[in-house]
Design a protein around this ligand. Structure first.
Ligand SMILES: Cc1ncc(COP(=O)(O)O)c(C=O)c1O
Length: 322
């Protein structure tokens, strides 16, 4: 029999039709050693179990689907984005499957593992200057804007495009509510674009009748928690605003509070999670869990604190092995 390109094989019960169908439905696990016995439960949602290795697979798919539907991204057109890594990986993965070339502009600060993953997914990599200010032509966002125009490509604008928090509102929030049987009392999430905390947090506040407290995790050097901008060392989270762009995707009415944690505490928590719980997660996950443990210290056994772990430690082996 002659098979054309549009031939669709019969579906099989335990087989996903495409890697895109494997995005989401990530597991949640309780911390049995790091959390104080008899106190609040501290549980972690492992977003590193997404096929591209991070929570960013969710917005990447939503951003592309939304742009295809609106006509902003035409068939075969290039996807162009400036990113510190995980959104680029998500877009590269989704671009492969949906037939779009992907161009990633990075600031030269991405881990070697993430760069290797992007190359393997066939993304084109362009290095810009992370230290260049928002009005400087070498700023990664300015470079991405220029390339998108040159190639008639589409920019996902993950910091401002509502499809990013929308993915977390439609999927991450409902998953957490279902997985905790509606017993979550506190959500802890790091803030990069604000997509995770704004979308997930808004859903959980609405579904619970405003009973879930939303706590943002902010690394030292970042100004989400106030103060003056410094150097942000934890990949994927924090802002140096007013030296950089303020994300429209951070809905400041969603978090009840934002706590700032020193880099070395986040790093120590990554090591504790691996050595004591058998969980290998990335630095921003260490940050979120460090905040969750701090929050849980003041609570009793009636409380369930859920921290979102955005990615796995395998993306940072060079860094973590130091
Ligand atoms: C490793 C990592 N952690 C946390 C975040 C923060 O997530 P969001 O952008 O949804 O605020 C990101 C996003 O870039 C990330 O890459």
């Amino acid at each position: 029999m002659h098979h054309t390109a549009v031939f669709a094989p019969p579906s099989l019960p335990g087989v996903a039709d495409s890697v895109l169908d494997l995005i989401g439905e990530t597991p949640v696990v309780r911390l049995n050693r790091l959390a104080p016995a008899g106190g609040a439960q501290v549980v972690v949602k492992l977003e590193g179990r997404n096929p591209g290795g991070s929570a960013k697979d969710r917005p990447a798919l939503a951003l592309v689907r939304d742009a295809e539907a609106s006509g902003a991204l035409r068939p075969g057109a290039a996807i162009v984005e400036s990113t510190s890594g995980n959104t680029g990986i998500g877009l590269a993965l989704v671009g492969r499957v949906t037939g779009h070339p992907v161009v990633i502009v990075h600031g030269g600060t991405m881990s070697p593992e993430k760069l290797a993953v992007l190359r393997l997914y066939g993304a084109e990599l362009i290095e810009a200057d992370w230290a260049a200010g928002p009005d400087d032509p070498d700023n990664p966002r300015a470079v991405a804007d220029r390339i998108a125009i040159e190639r008639s490509g589409w920019r996902s604008h993950q910091y401002d495009n509502p499809a990013n928090p929308g993915a977390h509102y439609r999927h991450t929030g409902p998953e957490i509510w279902r997985q905790t049987g509606g017993r979550i009392t506190h959500l802890v999430a790091g803030i990069g674009t604000g997509g995770t905390i704004s979308g997930t947090g808004r859903y959980l506040r609405e579904v619970s009748g405003d009973q879930v407290r939303i706590v943002g995790a902010n690394p030292t050097g970042s100004t989400y928690g106030g103060g003056l901008p410094g150097i942000v060392r934890v990949e994927g989270v924090g802002t140096t605003w007013p030296r950089s762009h303020w994300p429209q995707n951070l809905d400041t009415s969603v978090p009840h509070e934002i706590r700032t944690i020193p880099d070395d505490v986040a790093a120590a928590t990554v090591r504790d999670l691996a050595a004591q719980e058998g969980l290998l997660v990335g630095p921003s996950s260490g940050l979120a869990v460090a905040v969750a443990l701090e929050v849980a210290a003041d609570l009793d056994e009636r409380h369930v604190v859920l921290a979102i772990a955005p990615d796995s430690g395998t993306n940072y082996l060079t860094l973590l092995a130091r």
